[in-house]
Every structure is written in C-alpha cells, then in structure tokens.
Design a protein around this ligand. Structure first.
Ligand code: ZN
Length: 304
C-alpha cells in the first residue's frame, strides 16, 4: 500500500520498500512525526534559493521596503494597534497635517515616544543585507516608506525616502529648512515645541497624513521601477498608495518580483517568489546565497 508520495525529500515512495517503516504507516502518522514543519522548512529553503537565483541573474534590482523591515529593530508600525501609540489617541488622526497645524503641542507630545524609538533604533540584519546587495553592484536603489534612517545607518547609499525623514525640519513661516541634529535630543529631553529663529513653527520633513509625497522622490522612484528587471518587496503589505503601486509599475515594464513579508500582499499572485517569514532572518539567507552564486560565477570566469 503506497500511502505517501514524497516530494523531493529523502523518504522512499513506498515506505516499507526498505523496511524502515511499518506496512500500515499512513499519512496521519507522518503528521504525528512532525514532517509538516520539516516540509515547511524545505519549502522556505527552496524559495530562498529561487529568490537568490533570480537576484543573481538580474542586472538592475530595486527594493521597496515598508514598516515590516524596521519592526525587528524595535520601530513600531504606528498603524498597528498594540504599537503603544494607540493608548490615548488614534494615530491616524494625530499624524495628520491638520492635527499638526491645529495642535502642534499635542502632536509633539504624541510624537515624542515614537521619535525616541526612531533615534535609538539600530539597523537589523535585513537592512544590512540590502546594503550588502548594493555593495555587490546588484541593488541599484532602495525605495522606502520608512522615516527611520535605518537603511542609511546600515550603509545603503541610494535611498529614496517616499515619506521623508526626520533629519531635517522646515519652518512653516519662513520656509527655511534646518537640520534637526541636536534639536531632536533637546526635544526628547522635554523641551517645548521646536521653533525657528524667526519664531515660526518647525515641522519635521516627514510626510504627514493629508500631505502629498515629495514630488521629485516619487518621480525618481517611478523611474527606478520602470528601469529595474527585478523588484524586491520587503516588509510592506502594499496597502498605501502611491507606494503600493510602484511594484506594479515594475511588473508592467517587464520586471519580475519577489515578496518577503509576513502578511499577504496584492502582488503575491504575480510574484515569482513569496516568502512569509521574518525579514531579518530570511533576507540575510537570500543575500548570503546570492553571494555564493556570484562567487561561483566569478570563479568560473577566472578559470576560463
Ligand atoms: Zn522661520
């Protein structure tokens, strides 16, 4: 009785053929032997190898990253209840340009714990893996929805920040752009709302809800999507437009896509590889494998 047809792992097609398993062995017992997790691990490994092969065979890889790449660094996704930012107010309302202009004091009070976490956060292995891929000459740009500076801290050089950054602030009165270096630390120590020397209110250069995205960054990101032959989506559920549209631009222009994200995304059905795992664990494995493939190729080239 052939009760189990294995995939590409090592069990024989007829379990009793080599006398290892009893004749009455069945699929229920296989489950009880916890082959489920084993098969899942094999499946993840295959996907990692497939993703690595796609990257190694590409000429122009572009990554799109979202909040999920920074949560292993302790940066909360402020849209998620349980992030600690929902305790008193709805952050969707608080992080809006209307709220900032109407109640700057309340906005800054709400933003203080988030700003502290952003300032203290360190890049994780997923950020570093992308920086390594850029060093290898394969990754040409990181388009990010994050404002935490962690790609730059990890060593990425070409980073397109769709939602701005906290390194600079703009005066709402005289429109002067100033560095927030030093200002952030004073603000975190409990100082009042940051003001410009002209007396105007300073707003960090992050895109609040209700504001348009920085036009030139968006245009550049669009250009990268049209140019790339592989789009790597990391830690984004692709729920917020226009960032969510960028991988679809790439696909329309003939690129392939890889998705590494815990949650399903609207791109999954069109992606070559989808891995729903911790990005900080999976991405270094993918990039490590890319490195081995590239080394092997270079080795062969030298031998010739
Ligand atoms: Zn000013």
């Amino acid at each position: 009785m052939a009760v189990f047809v294995p995939g590409d792992h090592c069990l024989p097609a007829t379990p009793n053929a080599v006398g290892l398993l009893p004749r009455e062995f069945n699929i229920v017992e296989l489950k009880s032997l916890k082959l489920g997790p084993f098969r899942k691990r094999m499946d993840t490994q295959r996907r990692i190898e497939r993703a690595a092969a796609l990257i190694a065979n590409s000429k122009y890889v572009v990554a799109l990253t979202g909040a999920g790449i920074s949560t292993p660094s302790g940066v909360p996704d402020f849209r998620s209840p349980g992030s600690g930012l929902w305790e008193k107010v709805n952050p969707i309302l608080m992080a809006s340009t209307f709220s900032f202009r109407l109640q700057p004091q309340a906005f800054y009070e709400w933003a203080r714990p988030l700003a502290r976490k952003l300032l203290e956060a360190e890049p994780n292995p997923a950020h570093r893996a992308l920086a390594k891929l850029e060093d290898m000459g394969l990754l040409k740009a990181v388009i990010t929805q994050n404002i935490d500076d962690l790609h730059q801290k990890a060593g990425s050089r070409r980073v397109l920040e769709l939602h701005g950054n906290m390194r600079q602030a703009t005066c709402l009165k005289c429109h002067r752009v100033v560095s927030t270096h030093g200002m952030m630390e004073r603000f975190l120590e409990g100082e009042e709302v940051p003001n410009c020397s002209c007396g105007g209110l300073l707003k960090p250069n992050v895109v609040l809800i209700g504001e348009p995205l920085p036009r030139w960054v968006l245009l550049e990101a669009w250009g990268e999507a049209e140019r790339c032959d592989l789009m790597l989506v990391v830690g984004s559920s692709l729920e917020i437009a226009p960032a969510a549209e960028i991988p679809f631009v790439a696909l329309r222009c003939g690129a392939k896509a890889i998705v590494v994200n815990y949650q399903p995304t609207p791109l999954d059905s069109q992606a070559e590889v989808v891995i729903r795992k911790d990005v900080a664990e999976v991405l270094p494995r993918i990039i490590g494998q890319v490195g081995r493939l590239v080394d092997r190729y270079i080795g062969k080239s030298v031998d010739r």
